[in-house]
Design a protein around this ligand. Structure first.
Ligand code: FAD
Ligand code: NAP
Ligand code: SF4
Length: 671
């Protein structure tokens, strides 16, 4: 038994094969699947994670035929020539003593192309393409395609396949009335509706023989109207076991569900209670999933008997060595996934290669390599925000001598404000990880140490990196000095008192965050999350939905912008809708096309469509973007120093932490 995390690190015997531990790296589409040389890059990506000790990995979704594509020319496995490329992946994983399954994903009506098929010709609200109704022959051929795809995966050297039966994809679409209006043997009664997934599992088992892992991803909580009932889920799980699955994995929520299931505001382990309900109903192992991101929470879930295994996907983008570090009892050393979706899912949905905000090396393992230096230099980094810290850590990892200067008493820069936002508590973890890495790599950290131009006179640094970040934009508006006016820094960092009614000038990421901060008065518990989003913990209703119960907002807030576009339209693709919905729940008044006139004792004077209004508020909080703090770069250069500039100091517009950390890393790799 392992000294640390005994349940998580316990092997799992599947009879014909044994997994090293109870950790599954869940399926993630990286975009490399469709990229030139993508399979070489995927081989390295998976090999690094196999070396990191994961018990079993699952690839991104691979379609069994053209209709099953997630998008035009998406990855598919239906021929021997396609199978050959996968051999690169399986060889690389097995060389590191790892195990890997290939996910077979038929997107059904979620496919973003004109050849999509579904049980019935009903368009999804999240896709412009209306699917073609599958004919009976089409259904039988699709089942054959699944079986062939699994055989080819076996030939390519995979240890098994995962059949994607959840998140509202094709198999899920057959199961529920919402999307299946057929009146033949594949629709109507529940027994008819589950025939398709069961026939798929049976055909795959027949094609691959006994000694091959089949994971079935079962939608245990649909979170859409007219979804499955709990009794139906249990019935299907039993039938899936009978049909030949080795393991059942948990699926939570269809993609079209309007409830957050993996974003950062979902409490850690927020859905493992669903899997727990199925424990004891079947005899094969169950995997639970969603917002599990530390070994502690994973261990607790397993020791509380919620599942036999845990699936973590994004945490392995953030840190490929998660399991190795857990084995050594070094949780502090893990780069924790903060569930921001900014570089992983947002990239995938924008047809960009996925990566990770806190680990920009993810999915770029063949490009970004820390090579030890042969010419050690003395480097000063000014500013311990995300950009400066990332640069300092990677530069030190190369073997340079690094000093990091920070004006404040703590590292983290703007992250110290981000971590104050309800639902963004995970930012604490990044600061903890940064602190650990700075120490581990012997960076000489000088806190409470603002530096100016004169400081570098007589210092013998070979190179200086300016990472002094950003400051709030000052507005040129009558009354801006009025006592009612605060900046987001006053509110989030300095905790200045804020009244009952507030107007926010600016509706970017920070405006939305401040609105959340000012209107929320509750702790992020699973019970509260379920109540707020209308999740039926008893799953007594179809799809597990109840009427939402919004708390009365803590304050009355107006959020304003000058432009006419959708408020929050530039927020992340996979999280913006959640922030907008949250504002609706908190009754925040969103007003665009505003002209700011002045601020006085009456409040904020605005004009909209030529009509003047006064927002009679206690406070006006300025969240109107930022400007670079950069008074060192050119001055140091003109004094003959070799200087670099990164992060917000370099460019404040469009700056976010993803950009800041990546830029810090890229510079370090060049120094
Ligand atoms: P900064 O974070 O501004 O750090 C600069 C550092 O330099 C500071 O610590 C400062 O004290 C120090 N410094 C300045 N001058 C000197 C000097 N002369 N000597 C020594 N030290 C000096 N981004 C996202 O991507 N996702 C989010 O969800 C997100 N949420 C946010 C929420 C809030 C409330 C806020 C305020 C920001 C958020 N951001 C988010 C933005 C993100 O935090 C910034 O883009 C990022 O911190 C910029 O990094 P930086 O290192 O360039 O600058
Ligand atoms: P931002 O997203 O650029 O938003 C700035 C807001 O201020 C806009 O609503 C803009 O709207 C307004 N504005 C700009 N100039 C103004 C002026 N002169 N007078 C009045 N209003 C003005 O910047 P931010 O909100 O400060 O965020 C900074 C960075 O942090 C962004 O890159 C953001 O992506 C990142 N961040 C991300 C998240 C996240 O959840 N992913 C959260 C927080 C922050 P109008 O011009 O229309 O008035
Ligand atoms: Fe996690 Fe954000 Fe990295 Fe995605 S980008 S893996 S959500 S930390």
């Amino acid at each position: 038994m392992s000294e640390y995390f005994p349940h998580l690190l316990e092997p799992l015997d599947l009879g014909f094969t044994k997994l090293k531990n109870r950790v599954l790296m869940g399926s993630m589409h990286t975009g490399l699947e469709e990229e030139k040389n993508g399979f070489e890059r995927l081989a390295k990506y998976f090999a690094v994670r196999a070396k990191g000790g994961v018990g079993l990995m699952v690839t991104g979704g691979i379609a069994p035929n053209r209709a099953g594509w997630v998008g035009p020319f998406a990855a598919k496995l239906s021929s021997k020539s396609e199978a050959k490329k996968h051999k690169l992946i399986t060889d690389a994983v097995h060389a590191e003593d790892g195990k890997i399954c290939m996910q077979i994903l038929h997107s059904g009506r979620y496919g973003y192309h004109p050849f999509t098929v579904a049980p019935s010709a009903i368009k999804s609200a999240i896709n412009p393409f209306k699917p073609w109704k599958l004919t009976q022959r089409g259904i039988k051929n699709t089942i054959k395609d699944f079986a062939k795809c699994a055989s080819l995966a076996q030939e390519a050297g995979y240890d098994g396949v995962e059949i994607m039966g959840s998140e509202g994809y094709l198999l899920n679409q057959f199961i529920v009335n919402r999307t299946n209006k057929r009146d033949d043997e594949w629709g109507g009664s529940y027994e008819n509706r589950i025939r398709f997934p069961l026939e798929v599992v049976k055909a795959v088992r027949a094609a691959v023989g006994e000694n091959f892992i089949i994971i079935y991803r079962l939608s245990m909580l649909d979170l859409v109207d007219d979804g499955s009932t709990w009794d139906e889920v249990v019935h299907l799980a039993k039938k899936i076991e009978e049909a030949g699955a080795t393991i059942i994995n948990t699926g939570i929520g269809w993609h079209e569900a309007r409830i957050p299931t993996i974003a950062t505001m979902v409490p850690r382990g927020g859905f493992s209670w669903v899997t727990k309900r199925l424990m004891g109903e079947v005899n094969i192992p169950l995997i639970t999933t969603n917002r599990i991101n530390t070994p502690e929470i994973a261990e607790k879930i397993l020791s509380d008997g919620h599942a036999n295994m845990v699936s973590m996907a994004r945490p392995f983008l953030a840190d490929p060595d998660f399991v190795l570090k857990a084995m050594e009892g070094k949780s502090m050393a893990i780069n924790t996934c903060i569930a921001c979706n900014q570089a992983c899912l947002d990239h995938a949905f924008n047809n960009k290669i996925a990566s990770c905000l806190v680990n920009p090396m993810a999915c770029h393992e063949t490009e970004y390599i820390v090579t030890p230096t042969t010419a050690k230099k003395k480097i000063a980094v000014v500013g311990a925000g995300p950009a400066g810290i990332a640069c300092a850590i990677y530069t030190a990892q190369k073997g340079h001598e690094v000093t990091l200067y920070e004006a404040n008493k703590e590292i983290g820069g703007q992250f110290n404000m981000a971590k104050e936002i309800p639902g963004k508590e995970e930012f604490h973890e990044t600061i903890r990880y940064f602190n650990y890495q700075l120490k581990e790599n012997n960076v000489d950290l000088k806190l409470n140490h603002p530096v100016d131009l004169a400081y570098f006179d007589g210092q013998d640094y070979d190179e200086i990196v300016v990472a002094t970040g950003v400051a709030p934009r000052q507005l040129n508006l009558e009354g801006i000095d009025h006592p009612k006016v605060l900046s987001y820094v006053d509110v989030l960092r300095d905790k200045k008192e804020v009244g009952e009614t507030v107007a926010l000038i600016g509706a970017g990421g920070i405006g939305f965050d401040v609105a959340e901060y000012l209107t929320t008065d509750t702790l992020p518990t699973i019970e509260h999350f379920n109540k707020e989003w209308g999740i039926d913990k008893d799953i007594s209703t179809r799809g597990g939905l109840l009427p939402e119960q919004d708390d009365p907002p803590k304050r009355k807030v107006y959020m304003l912008q000058r432009s006419k576009g959708k408020m929050g339209g530039k927020l992340g693709k996979t999280t913006g809708w959640i922030h907008r919905l949250s504002m609706k729940k908190k009754k925040v008044n969103l007003i665009n096309k505003v002209e700011y006139k002045k601020i006085d004792d009456h409040g904020l004077h605005i004009s909209r469509d030529g009509e003047d209004q006064i927002l009679n508020v206690d406070n006006i909080v300025i969240c109107a973007g930022q400007v670079s703090v950069n008074n060192l770069h050119e001055a140091l250069k003109s004094k003959g120093h070799k200087v670099h500039i990164i992060g917000g100091a370099f460019e404040a517009k469009e700056l976010d932490a993803k950009y800041a950390i990546e830029q810090g890393m890229k510079l370090a790799l060049k120094i």
